[in-house]
Design a binder for this molecule. Sequence first.
Ligand code: TMP
Length: 212
Amino acid sequence: GVNNNDSRGALIVLEGLDRCGKTSQSSRLFPYLEGLGHSVELWRFPDRSTSVGKMISAYLSNQSQLDDHTIHLLFSANRWEKRSMMETKLKAGTTLIVDRYSYSGVAFSSAKGIDVEWCKAPEIGLLAPDLVLYLDIPPEKAAERGGYGSERYEHLDFQRKVAQYYQILRDSSWKIIDACQSIEEVEKQLREIVLDHVITCHKGKPLSLLWS
Ligand code: TMP
């Protein structure tokens, strides 16, 4: 393989509004990196397979009601319960492509009117991504794509607010990709950026923590 002893995997996060194409693009990145001989796994948050994840899933499908702060902390707990596994994998040289992370946590809860700093607090100490890829799409365009399903947040007015909070959260290190382009064009741009970061992490870039 391409790993040497001190090389680690990269923590790569894809973010964006519902229907921006994150999930398709993550699943395309996976075979690409694997084909180049990298150890790679595809992760997503919420991870609905855990018991916390099942509570989140019931909430999202409107089968349960929860206070806004409570569901925020459950999303965060769902990341915390995967944190040590995440660190182990990265240190063992596995690159993780993660569909949504703490930025979704803060953007979606802030869009409900909860204070941004309050939303960030429980995320402090989680592993910071090496790369955040933001798939940028106007909320109206996303809404046109095959329509929203029946999940709780899939409404145009709410997605507009989420987009505003993503704007507040983004910093100069984020890579903003125009998600209105063709699937192939987006894929091509993502491949280049991702490969570059995977190589940087193999060279021994240290892991850091949120929020940094
Ligand atoms: P998914 O469609 O990517 O599985 O995500 C489910 C919904 O949950 C999506 O509308 C975004 C939202 N979400 C949060 O509100 N907070 C979070 O921390 C995460 C990861 C997702």
